[in-house]
Design a protein around this ligand. Structure first.
Ligand SMILES: [Zn+2]
Length: 233
């Protein structure tokens, strides 16, 4: 299916693909403005459940069904989106699918060039804050979605680590979304581009202390104290 981003889909998924294409087009336009750069060369694949094991990926073993991802194993790099989103995606509102698409799109923008390793929370924070920034730009209200999030899952974004089940992963992502939405309220969307540019300038593995410093700096004056005040952090 034609579009700014070419969409490839199973024949029976034309309807879902049209819906996803809208989110991709909105997201890629908003991201180009937020980050002040052209969209990367990209395709999107909408994969039928029965084809999931055949979808392009970085590893020999298929990824768990229903989890969207971004892969550079094909040319151009591609967003891979499942016919059926895993049941782990919670809460379910009209914002769930667009947020998921924008999250992967943000990974695609960030990974257009090599980026050094960072603590997982920082890379995922960038994608979640970016998804929330796109929602603001296109006028998709997030209140309903945010109000259904468990705000006290028993860990903070920095404390989350090690292997975790799908529901803990989702709680982690939702905490990052809360933090991102709150940061947008407090500082405006400029920090999203600043943190992405700061990450691209790093030449060595970013450790925990450096990651916190980068984010606080990107938020701007008062960033460090604000982060320290946030229960998610
Ligand atoms: Zn991610």
């Amino acid at each position: 299916m034609d579009g700014e981003v070419p969409m490839l889909h199973a024949p029976q998924l034309a309807g879902l693909t049209r819906e996803i294409r809208n989110y991709v087009t909105q997201g890629s336009g908003a991201l180009a403005k937020i980050l002040d750069e052209e969209p990367p060369d990209l395709a999107a694949l909408v994969v039928a459940d029965e084809d999931w094991r055949e979808a392009p990926r970085e590893t020999a073993r298929p990824y768990p069904p229903g989890l969207p991802y971004f892969t550079r194993s094909v040319e151009p790099p591609a967003l891979v989106l499942p016919e059926t989103l895993s049941a782990a995606f919670r809460p379910r509102t009209e914002a769930t699918l667009p947020l998921t698409v924008w999250h992967e799109l943000a990974h695609a923008f960030l990974l257009r060039s090599e980026v050094v390793r960072t603590p997982a929370w920082l890379g995922e924070f960038v994608s979640q804050a970016t998804a929330a920034a796109v929602a603001r730009r296109v006028g998709l209200p997030l209140e309903g979605y945010l109000s259904e999030i468990d705000r006290k899952p028993g860990f903070t974004v920095r404390g989350f680590g090690g292997p975790a089940g799908a529901s803990e992963q989702m709680s982690f992502q939702n905490l990052l979304l809360l933090l991102g939405a709150a940061a947008l309220e407090e500082f405006g969307e400029g920090f999203v581009g600043r943190v992405v540019r700061a990450l691209r300038e790093e030449t060595e593995v970013v450790g925990e202390g450096r990651a916190e410093e980068l984010l606080a700096g990107a938020l701007g004056p008062g960033g460090r104290a604000w982060l320290a005040s946030r229960p998610e952090f």
